[in-house]
Design a binder for this molecule. Structure first.
Ligand SMILES: Nc1ncnc2c1ncn2[C@@H]1O[C@H](COP(=O)(O)OP(=O)(O)OP(=O)(O)O)[C@@H](O)[C@H]1O
Ligand SMILES: [Mg+2]
Length: 437
């Protein structure tokens, strides 16, 4: 085999020179984890015959995996002994193979294909669910096999962290790496890190130093839940369409429409600088074309005007929502806004996976709102103005999204309650639900 000079940063040398069942590298962004793991595995695959599995929690297609990174690195070093197939990589000299899998879709049967692997690389270890880890860990059983984990810690209790790295035993190697440990860290990344350090020390600790988000954080919605939903793909559902509309304030905010069908929130649409009538016309088009079961409209700002026009046009599916109004469950929630946000949070955390439109501003918006409790112990949220002051814009996308949780919506209002003649579930709620749009 030809000799090619590959330099692995010092902190990563144990990947190739030491044997541990678990090797966990953790830290903030740009620590060089992914590159060092890829380089080390390519070298390993050239030195001996080994089976390598690259896994992550969710992998819809090979594009989500580290396949491309491995390919780029092999090409960078001029390793021409690798052959790249659609779903795997092989070394034609040693016979080593790389396979790529998402753990979310595995069960005890399917995962058996991993039994013979020598190294598993778990990328984005913080996203691995406990159920996935509990299936994977005992499957890796070949003598001297190793489990390599690269992760940016999300929470104190990330399942892999808790299971392996929190209290490492003699078979576990744990190493922290940050951008300043990475001799190849691009200047742009260093600049971003230093800027973040000045403007937002808490974010810096988490994003760049890899500290988990403090437990008992006062934020209502957890970034991990949002990201998980943004990565998940549902693709199809027969649930009725619900549209949430956050109407622009006087001034610069945008009107935002959010579209959700049950577990699938698939679209966010922004409208800029439209008059009340123009917004009403846009919603009219949406109603006529898509026939949503409900359109929940924020009555604040200019919303009341839009609502009046739509009601005047006879659309029964339109509901006005007063953020400051009473919650359906007002023992638990200070107002309607707190209730909708809490329901959206429950949706994000629900056992059945949900899909949220993949939009960075929506993620930021959702994670920016702090929670508190009033003197009756009810959930109360930080005011929209305060959030705006802190993040520099109004969290309109998140508000449009949470509006889709303003009232429960069932298919056609036809669901019957057992034992209660002629009563729909909806009729038991405080609002009446019409059956047609
Ligand atoms: N061996 C290397 N040669 C050249 N550039 C490198 C090398 N290792 C890292 N880099 C540079 O540093 C950047 C960060 O590295 P990498 O993506 O591996 O970090 P990471 O710890 O996985 O970060 P993240 O948490 O953002 O995924 C890369 O985008 C690349 O520009
Ligand atoms: Mg990485």
């Amino acid at each position: 085999m030809e000799r090619v000079k590959v330099t692995i940063p010092t902190k990563f040398k144990p990947l190739l020179t030491e044997h541990f069942r678990y090797k966990v590298y953790w830290g903030g962004r740009a620590g060089g984890k992914s590159y060092a793991f890829a380089d080390s595995l390519l070298i390993k695959a050239r030195m001996s015959t080994c089976r390598i599995a690259c896994v992550r929690e969710i992998q819809e297609s090979i594009k989500d995996s580290v396949y491309q990174l491995l390919k780029d690195r092999a090409s960078f070093y001029g390793f021409d002994d690798f052959k790249f197939f659609d779903d795997r990589i092989e070394n034609i000299v040693t016979g080593s193979t790389f396979i790529f899998k998402g753990l979310r879709d595995q069960d005890a049967q399917k995962i058996k294909s991993l039994e013979g692997v020598d190294v598993v690389w778990i990328e984005e270890g913080q996203s691995i669910r406990k159920a996935s880890w509990d299936i994977l860990n005992p499957t890796i059983r070949k003598p001297n096999s190793e489990i390599w984990v690269s992760m940016n810690r999300e929470e104190e209790n990330d399942p892999i962290w808790k299971a392996v790295a929190a209290n490492p035993d003699e078979r576990t190697f744990v190493c922290k790496v940050n951008y300043y440990d990475n001799p190849h860290c691009p200047e742009e990344m260093k600049y971003l890190a230093e800027k973040c350090k000045e403007t937002s020390p808490e974010d810096y600790d988490h994003i760049w130093l890899g500290a988990p988000v403090a437990q008992g954080s006062n934020k209502l919605i957890n970034a991990k839940d949002v990201r998980k939903a943004q990565e998940y793909k549902i693709g199809h559902t027969t649930s009725p369409l619900i549209v949430g509309v956050d109407i622009a304030r006087f001034g610069d905010d945008k009107t935002v429409l959010c579209y959700r069908r049950g577990r699938w929130c698939f679209k966010i649409e922004e409208l800029e600088k439209l008059s009340t009538v123009e917004v009403a016309n846009k919603i009219t088009n949406v109603i006529q074309e898509l026939k949503p079961a409900r359109v929940f409209l924020d009555l604040g700002n200019n919303g009341a005007g839009v609502y009046d026009i739509l009601k005047d046009r006879g659309f029964k599916c339109v509901r006005g929502v007063n953020f400051g109004g009473r919650a359906i469950n007002d023992d638990r929630y200070f107002n309607k806004r707190a209730e909708m946000w809490a329901l959206a949070n429950e949706w994000l955390k629900s056992d059945a996976p949900v899909q949220l439109v993949d939009n960075d501003e929506l993620l930021d918006d959702l994670c920016s709102v702090s929670k508190a409790y009033d003197n009756k112990g009810r959930l109360q949220l930080e005011s929209k103005d305060k959030v705006k002051e802190r993040i520099g814009r109004s969290p309109d996308k998140a508000d449009a999204f949470v509006l889709t949780f303003a009232e429960p919506v069932y298919d056609d209002g036809k669901t019957k309650m057992v034992g209660i003649e002629n009563n729909t579930i909806e009729s038991l709620f405080k609002t009446t639900m019409e059956t047609s749009w």
